[in-house]
Write a protein of this length. Structure first.
Length: 275
Protein backbone atom coordinates (compact mmCIF):
# COMPACT_ATOMS: atom_id res chain seq x y z
CA UNK A 1 0.00 0.00 0.00
CA UNK A 2 1.30 3.44 -0.94
CA UNK A 3 1.85 5.77 2.01
CA UNK A 4 -0.48 8.77 2.04
CA UNK A 5 1.16 12.12 1.35
CA UNK A 6 1.06 14.39 4.40
CA UNK A 7 -1.77 16.89 3.86
CA UNK A 8 -2.92 20.17 5.41
CA UNK A 9 -5.72 22.61 4.65
CA UNK A 10 -5.97 26.37 4.69
CA UNK A 11 -9.36 27.91 5.52
CA UNK A 12 -8.83 31.34 4.05
CA UNK A 13 -9.49 34.00 1.45
CA UNK A 14 -7.97 34.09 -2.02
CA UNK A 15 -5.79 37.02 -3.12
CA UNK A 16 -5.83 37.23 -6.92
CA UNK A 17 -2.24 38.51 -7.10
CA UNK A 18 -0.95 35.38 -5.34
CA UNK A 19 0.93 37.29 -2.66
CA UNK A 20 -1.17 36.61 0.43
CA UNK A 21 -4.10 34.62 1.77
CA UNK A 22 -4.72 31.17 0.37
CA UNK A 23 -2.07 31.40 -2.39
CA UNK A 24 0.65 32.25 0.15
CA UNK A 25 -0.52 29.39 2.38
CA UNK A 26 -0.39 26.91 -0.50
CA UNK A 27 3.05 28.18 -1.54
CA UNK A 28 4.19 27.64 2.06
CA UNK A 29 2.73 24.13 2.29
CA UNK A 30 4.50 23.23 -0.95
CA UNK A 31 7.79 24.74 0.26
CA UNK A 32 7.59 22.55 3.35
CA UNK A 33 6.78 19.37 1.44
CA UNK A 34 3.13 19.11 2.49
CA UNK A 35 0.21 18.76 0.08
CA UNK A 36 -2.17 21.67 0.54
CA UNK A 37 -5.94 21.85 0.24
CA UNK A 38 -7.81 25.18 0.11
CA UNK A 39 -11.18 25.85 1.74
CA UNK A 40 -12.30 29.21 0.39
CA UNK A 41 -13.98 31.79 2.65
CA UNK A 42 -13.60 34.94 0.54
CA UNK A 43 -11.86 36.36 -2.52
CA UNK A 44 -10.37 39.72 -3.42
CA UNK A 45 -9.48 41.39 -6.71
CA UNK A 46 -6.12 42.94 -5.99
CA UNK A 47 -2.65 43.67 -7.28
CA UNK A 48 0.53 45.20 -5.91
CA UNK A 49 -1.16 48.61 -5.64
CA UNK A 50 -4.15 47.51 -3.57
CA UNK A 51 -7.51 45.75 -3.43
CA UNK A 52 -10.30 46.84 -5.79
CA UNK A 53 -13.11 44.43 -4.87
CA UNK A 54 -13.94 41.65 -2.40
CA UNK A 55 -16.48 38.87 -2.17
CA UNK A 56 -17.37 36.72 0.86
CA UNK A 57 -18.38 33.13 0.13
CA UNK A 58 -21.94 31.98 1.01
CA UNK A 59 -22.33 29.96 4.22
CA UNK A 60 -23.71 26.93 2.39
CA UNK A 61 -20.73 26.88 0.06
CA UNK A 62 -18.26 27.00 2.97
CA UNK A 63 -20.18 24.19 4.70
CA UNK A 64 -20.10 22.06 1.56
CA UNK A 65 -16.34 22.50 1.24
CA UNK A 66 -15.88 21.11 4.76
CA UNK A 67 -18.08 18.11 3.94
CA UNK A 68 -16.46 17.46 0.57
CA UNK A 69 -12.87 17.62 1.80
CA UNK A 70 -13.46 15.60 4.97
CA UNK A 71 -15.25 12.84 3.04
CA UNK A 72 -12.14 12.04 1.02
CA UNK A 73 -8.85 13.35 2.34
CA UNK A 74 -6.72 12.56 5.40
CA UNK A 75 -5.90 16.09 6.57
CA UNK A 76 -3.40 16.23 9.44
CA UNK A 77 -3.41 19.96 10.28
CA UNK A 78 -5.27 23.12 9.37
CA UNK A 79 -4.93 26.87 9.55
CA UNK A 80 -7.36 29.74 9.31
CA UNK A 81 -6.87 33.02 7.51
CA UNK A 82 -9.50 35.57 6.51
CA UNK A 83 -12.82 34.99 8.34
CA UNK A 84 -14.54 38.12 7.16
CA UNK A 85 -17.71 38.41 9.25
CA UNK A 86 -20.00 36.82 11.83
CA UNK A 87 -21.50 34.34 9.36
CA UNK A 88 -18.11 33.02 8.26
CA UNK A 89 -16.83 32.77 11.84
CA UNK A 90 -19.91 30.82 12.92
CA UNK A 91 -19.91 28.39 10.01
CA UNK A 92 -16.16 27.70 10.31
CA UNK A 93 -16.45 27.09 14.06
CA UNK A 94 -19.51 24.86 13.59
CA UNK A 95 -17.99 22.81 10.81
CA UNK A 96 -14.51 22.50 12.33
CA UNK A 97 -16.09 20.77 15.33
CA UNK A 98 -17.57 18.15 12.99
CA UNK A 99 -14.43 17.14 11.10
CA UNK A 100 -11.02 15.74 12.00
CA UNK A 101 -8.53 18.12 10.44
CA UNK A 102 -5.94 17.80 13.23
CA UNK A 103 -4.36 20.70 15.13
CA UNK A 104 -5.49 24.18 14.12
CA UNK A 105 -3.24 27.21 13.65
CA UNK A 106 -5.23 30.44 13.89
CA UNK A 107 -3.82 33.40 12.00
CA UNK A 108 -6.31 36.09 13.05
CA UNK A 109 -6.12 38.21 9.85
CA UNK A 110 -8.10 41.00 11.48
CA UNK A 111 -5.65 43.94 11.32
CA UNK A 112 -2.78 44.39 8.87
CA UNK A 113 0.84 44.71 9.96
CA UNK A 114 0.39 48.48 9.42
CA UNK A 115 -2.73 48.73 11.60
CA UNK A 116 -5.55 48.72 8.99
CA UNK A 117 -8.75 46.93 10.07
CA UNK A 118 -9.77 43.83 8.11
CA UNK A 119 -12.56 42.30 10.21
CA UNK A 120 -15.99 43.81 10.73
CA UNK A 121 -16.16 45.46 14.16
CA UNK A 122 -19.09 43.33 15.29
CA UNK A 123 -17.13 40.13 14.68
CA UNK A 124 -14.28 40.67 17.17
CA UNK A 125 -16.10 39.31 20.21
CA UNK A 126 -17.43 36.38 18.23
CA UNK A 127 -13.89 35.63 17.03
CA UNK A 128 -12.72 35.59 20.67
CA UNK A 129 -15.55 33.29 21.73
CA UNK A 130 -15.65 30.81 18.87
CA UNK A 131 -12.28 30.70 17.08
CA UNK A 132 -9.60 31.34 19.71
CA UNK A 133 -10.63 28.31 21.85
CA UNK A 134 -10.07 26.07 18.80
CA UNK A 135 -6.45 27.19 18.39
CA UNK A 136 -3.57 24.82 18.95
CA UNK A 137 -1.44 27.83 18.04
CA UNK A 138 -2.54 31.44 17.51
CA UNK A 139 -0.24 33.87 15.68
CA UNK A 140 -1.51 37.47 15.95
CA UNK A 141 0.59 40.38 14.78
CA UNK A 142 1.29 43.29 17.14
CA UNK A 143 -1.92 45.18 16.32
CA UNK A 144 -4.11 42.07 16.41
CA UNK A 145 -2.78 41.17 19.85
CA UNK A 146 -3.56 44.71 21.02
CA UNK A 147 -7.11 44.47 19.69
CA UNK A 148 -7.84 41.00 21.03
CA UNK A 149 -6.43 41.61 24.52
CA UNK A 150 -6.91 45.34 25.08
CA UNK A 151 -3.27 45.75 26.16
CA UNK A 152 -0.88 48.39 24.82
CA UNK A 153 2.15 46.07 24.37
CA UNK A 154 4.73 48.72 25.21
CA UNK A 155 7.42 46.13 25.97
CA UNK A 156 8.08 42.40 25.95
CA UNK A 157 6.64 42.02 29.45
CA UNK A 158 3.29 43.36 28.22
CA UNK A 159 3.52 41.15 25.13
CA UNK A 160 3.93 38.08 27.33
CA UNK A 161 0.99 39.28 29.43
CA UNK A 162 -1.08 39.52 26.25
CA UNK A 163 0.01 36.01 25.29
CA UNK A 164 -1.15 34.77 28.69
CA UNK A 165 -4.48 36.50 28.18
CA UNK A 166 -4.92 34.75 24.83
CA UNK A 167 -4.22 31.45 26.55
CA UNK A 168 -6.91 32.28 29.08
CA UNK A 169 -9.28 32.77 26.13
CA UNK A 170 -8.56 29.18 25.10
CA UNK A 171 -5.56 29.17 22.76
CA UNK A 172 -3.03 26.52 23.77
CA UNK A 173 0.13 28.13 22.35
CA UNK A 174 0.65 31.79 21.41
CA UNK A 175 3.08 33.62 19.14
CA UNK A 176 2.76 37.42 19.08
CA UNK A 177 4.68 38.85 16.15
CA UNK A 178 6.66 42.00 16.86
CA UNK A 179 6.01 45.40 15.35
CA UNK A 180 7.99 46.20 12.21
CA UNK A 181 6.67 49.50 10.92
CA UNK A 182 9.70 51.69 11.75
CA UNK A 183 12.30 51.69 8.97
CA UNK A 184 14.96 52.70 11.51
CA UNK A 185 14.46 49.75 13.85
CA UNK A 186 17.30 47.24 14.13
CA UNK A 187 15.37 44.06 14.88
CA UNK A 188 11.92 42.50 15.08
CA UNK A 189 11.15 40.60 18.28
CA UNK A 190 8.34 38.06 18.61
CA UNK A 191 7.24 36.45 21.87
CA UNK A 192 6.23 32.81 22.27
CA UNK A 193 4.22 31.30 25.14
CA UNK A 194 3.81 27.53 25.02
CA UNK A 195 1.12 25.37 26.55
CA UNK A 196 3.50 24.09 29.24
CA UNK A 197 4.12 27.67 30.45
CA UNK A 198 7.59 28.05 28.93
CA UNK A 199 8.22 31.30 27.09
CA UNK A 200 10.92 32.85 24.96
CA UNK A 201 11.64 35.63 22.48
CA UNK A 202 12.43 35.24 18.79
CA UNK A 203 14.54 38.02 17.30
CA UNK A 204 15.70 38.64 13.73
CA UNK A 205 17.30 41.71 12.11
CA UNK A 206 14.84 44.12 10.51
CA UNK A 207 14.97 43.89 6.70
CA UNK A 208 13.72 47.01 4.95
CA UNK A 209 11.63 45.97 1.94
CA UNK A 210 8.19 46.58 0.48
CA UNK A 211 7.98 42.89 -0.44
CA UNK A 212 6.40 41.49 2.72
CA UNK A 213 2.93 40.50 1.51
CA UNK A 214 1.98 37.09 2.88
CA UNK A 215 4.47 37.10 5.75
CA UNK A 216 1.93 36.22 8.45
CA UNK A 217 0.11 33.75 6.21
CA UNK A 218 3.34 31.93 5.42
CA UNK A 219 4.49 31.87 9.03
CA UNK A 220 1.27 30.27 10.25
CA UNK A 221 1.08 27.92 7.26
CA UNK A 222 4.56 26.53 7.89
CA UNK A 223 3.68 25.99 11.55
CA UNK A 224 0.62 24.04 10.38
CA UNK A 225 2.68 22.06 7.86
CA UNK A 226 5.21 21.11 10.54
CA UNK A 227 2.43 20.07 12.93
CA UNK A 228 0.98 17.92 10.13
CA UNK A 229 4.36 16.19 9.95
CA UNK A 230 4.23 15.51 13.69
CA UNK A 231 6.63 18.21 14.92
CA UNK A 232 6.15 19.74 18.35
CA UNK A 233 4.93 23.33 18.54
CA UNK A 234 8.27 24.83 19.58
CA UNK A 235 10.16 23.32 16.67
CA UNK A 236 7.34 24.19 14.27
CA UNK A 237 7.54 27.85 15.33
CA UNK A 238 11.34 27.93 15.03
CA UNK A 239 11.26 26.36 11.55
CA UNK A 240 8.60 28.83 10.44
CA UNK A 241 10.55 31.81 11.76
CA UNK A 242 13.73 30.83 9.91
CA UNK A 243 11.86 30.09 6.68
CA UNK A 244 9.95 33.38 6.71
CA UNK A 245 13.08 35.40 7.45
CA UNK A 246 14.79 33.75 4.47
CA UNK A 247 11.75 34.61 2.34
CA UNK A 248 11.80 38.27 3.42
CA UNK A 249 15.55 38.80 3.19
CA UNK A 250 15.81 37.39 -0.35
CA UNK A 251 13.16 39.51 -2.11
CA UNK A 252 11.79 38.80 -5.58
CA UNK A 253 10.44 41.47 -7.92
CA UNK A 254 6.77 40.81 -8.64
CA UNK A 255 4.48 43.78 -9.32
CA UNK A 256 5.25 47.48 -9.15
CA UNK A 257 4.58 48.42 -5.52
CA UNK A 258 3.95 46.07 -2.57
CA UNK A 259 5.13 42.58 -3.40
CA UNK A 260 5.21 38.99 -2.14
CA UNK A 261 7.88 37.30 -0.09
CA UNK A 262 10.13 34.67 -1.68
CA UNK A 263 8.77 31.16 -1.07
CA UNK A 264 11.65 29.64 -3.05
CA UNK A 265 14.04 31.01 -0.43
CA UNK A 266 11.77 29.61 2.29
CA UNK A 267 11.86 26.21 0.58
CA UNK A 268 15.67 26.26 0.44
CA UNK A 269 15.84 27.12 4.15
CA UNK A 270 13.44 24.31 5.08
CA UNK A 271 15.33 21.77 2.95
CA UNK A 272 18.56 22.66 4.79
CA UNK A 273 16.90 21.56 8.02
CA UNK A 274 16.16 18.14 6.53
CA UNK A 275 19.86 17.41 5.91
Amino acid sequence: MVNQQIQAVTIAGHDSDGSAGMPADLHAFFADGVYGHGLLTAAVAGNSYGIDAAQVMPKDFITQQFKTLSSDFKISAAKTGMLANDDVINVVADQYAKVDFGPLVVDPVIITKHGAMLLEQSAYELFRERIIPLATVITPNFYEAQKLTGLELNDSQEMFAAAKKLQEMGAKNVVIKGKHSNRNQKEVVDVVLLEDGSQFELSRPFFDTTHVNGTGDTFSAIIAAELAKGANVKNAVLYAKDAVYAAISNPIEVGHKFGPINHWAAERELKKKEL
